[in-house]
Design a protein around this ligand. Structure first.
Ligand code: FES
Ligand SMILES: [Fe+2]
Length: 371
C-alpha cells in the first residue's frame, strides 16, 4: 500500500503549481478605484479595478522597501506607495515616478516594476495567472504573459443563470482536492434525513479515461445521490440524463449534466492560499429550474450544506494533520487521489526535463467502490 507523501512536508513548488490561472476573488467584491488584499500560493497580492473597471493584480510589496501597496493611494490609474511616494501603473506595474529624484539625477525610473500579474474576469470571478517564479532581480522584471485564457464554465445555451458558493478550508490544496474527488466519504459526511443515510451505501462502478492533464469520469447516468440529478428528475426522463465529470491540473473539477435541452454545469476550484490553507469555490451555471418554484434556491441550499459538511470535516481533519500522521491511499476508492498525485509529479517532471508530460493513465479504467 503506497504511503502518501505528506503535503505538510512537501516543498512549496511541489505543493502549489505555478504556471496556471487561479480564482482570486468574486468579481462583485472588487469595485472601481478600490484596493483589496489577497493571497494566492503564499504570494501577497493587491487586487483592484481601474476607473474603467478593468481588474488588475500586483504583488503587495513595494519594490523599494517592501511596503504593502494596499496601504497606498490609488487614483484609478496609478498606485502610490505610502512610504516614499513611488508611483506604479497598476496594469503593468511599471514605476512612473520617484518623487525624491532631483532634476539632474538620471535614474531610469521606467526600468523598475512592482510585480504585476495577468488578470481576467470570467463567470463572476477575477482570475489571476501565477507564472513560474522568474530569475532573481525582482523589481526589474516585466510582467509575465499568460499562455492561454482563464478557464470558463461550459454553457450550452445563451440564457443561463449563475451562482457561486465559497468555503475556506484549513488544509493544504492536496487535501482539499483529494477530499473533493473522494467517493467514499459521502455516506458518512453527507448524510441527512432528507438526503441519504449511511445505510444507503451500495456498490458502484464507474469508468474513467485519461484526458490532457487530467482524467474524466466517462458520461454516465448520475449517481442517485447527486443533487442536480435529483432535481432534474422532477421533469426529465431519468434515462436521458447524463453527466460527465472532469478533473484537470492544477485544481479544476468540472461537471456537466445534460437532459435533452436542459443542462447544468459547474466549475469547482480548490485554490491554494498558503501551504496549510485552501479555498473551495463552486460556480454553477444552468438553464433548468426556470419554471420550477424554488429550484435554484433548493439547489443552492443542498450545495451549501454539502460544502459546509466538507468544510467542517476538513477542519476536524486539520487537527489530526498537525501532528504529521502517516497517511495511506487504498484501491479503488482512492485511485482518483493517486492519479492526482501522479499527474502533479508527471507535470513537474515534464517541466524539469522539457519533455512532453507522460500521462500516468495508460487508458480507460473501471473503478469499483461502495458509497
Ligand atoms: S517602500 Fe515604497 S516607495 Fe519606498
Ligand atoms: Fe464531500
Amino acid at each position: 500500500m503506497p504511503e502518501l507523501d505528506l503535503p505538510q512536508r512537501q516543498a512549496t513548488d511541489a505543493l502549489m503549481l505555478t504556471g496556471f490561472w487561479y480564482r482570486a476573488l468574486p468579481a462583485d467584491r472588487v469595485r472601481r478605484n478600490q484596493l483589496h488584499k489577497a493571497t494566492l500560493l503564499e504570494i501577497p497580492l493587491v487586487i483592484g479595478r481601474d476607473r474603467e473597471g478593468r481588474p488588475f493584480a500586483l504583488r503587495d510589496a513595494c519594490p523599494h522597501r517592501g511596503m504593502p501597496l494596499h496601504y497606498g493611494a490609488f487614483d484609478g490609474e496609478n498606485l502610490e506607495c505610502p512610504y516614499h511616494g513611488w508611483q506604479f501603473d497598476v496594469h503593468n506595474g511599471q514605476c512612473q515616478l520617484i518623487p525624491s529624484l532631483t532634476s539632474d539625477q538620471t535614474m531610469r525610473v521606467d526600468r523598475i516594476y512592482a510585480g504585476s500579474y495577468p488578470c481576467e474576469e470570467q463567470d463572476n470571478f477575477i482570475w489571476i495567472y501565477i507564472p513560474d517564479p522568474g530569475p532573481p532581480g525582482a523589481g526589474f522584471s516585466k510582467p509575465a504573459e499568460a499562455p492561454d485564457a482563464a478557464p470558463q464554465i461550459e454553457k450550452l445555451s445563451d440564457k443561463y443563470k449563475l451562482a457561486h458558493l465559497q468555503a475556506e478550508m484549513p488544509v493544504s490544496i492536496d487535501h482539499g482536492i483529494i477530499g473533493l474527488m473522494d467517493p467514499a466519504h459521502g455516506p458518512f459526511v453527507h448524510q441527512a434525513w432528507w438526503w441519504r443515510s449511511r445505510h444507503s451505501i451500495h456498490e458502484k462502478k464507474k469508468n474513467f479515461e485519461p484526458i490532457p492533464s487530467g482524467f474524466r469520469m466517462s458520461a454516465h447516468t448520475p449517481s442517485s445521490n447527486s443533487a442536480p440529478y435529483r432535481l432534474l428528475r422532477l421533469y426529465a426522463d431519468a434515462d436521458s440524463i447524463t453527466t460527465t465529470i472532469d478533473f484537470v491540473l492544477p485544481n479544476i473539477r468540472t461537471e456537466t449534466i445534460r437532459a435533452g435541452k436542459y443542462w447544468f454545469s459547474s466549475l469547482t476550484t480548490v485554490t491554494p492560499i498558503t501551504r496549510n490553507h485552501c479555498r473551495i469555490d463552486v460556480v454553477a451555471a444552468w438553464n433548468i429550474f426556470r419554471w420550477v418554484p424554488f429550484g435554484p434556491e433548493l439547489l443552492k441550499f443542498v450545495f451549501a450544506k454539502f460544502v459546509e459538511q466538507d468544510r467542517r470535516t476538513m477542519e476536524m481533519q486539520a487537527e489530526g494533520l498537525k501532528h504529521n500522521p502517516h497517511l495511506m491511499l487504498i484501491e479503488d476508492a482512492d485511485c482518483p487521489a493517486k492519479w492526482y498525485f501522479q499527474l502533479k509529479a508527471a507535470h513537474l517532471e515534464a517541466k524539469r526535463t522539457g519533455a512532453q508530460m507522460k500521462h500516468p493513465m495508460e487508458g480507460p479504467v473501471t473503478l469499483k467502490w461502495r458509497s
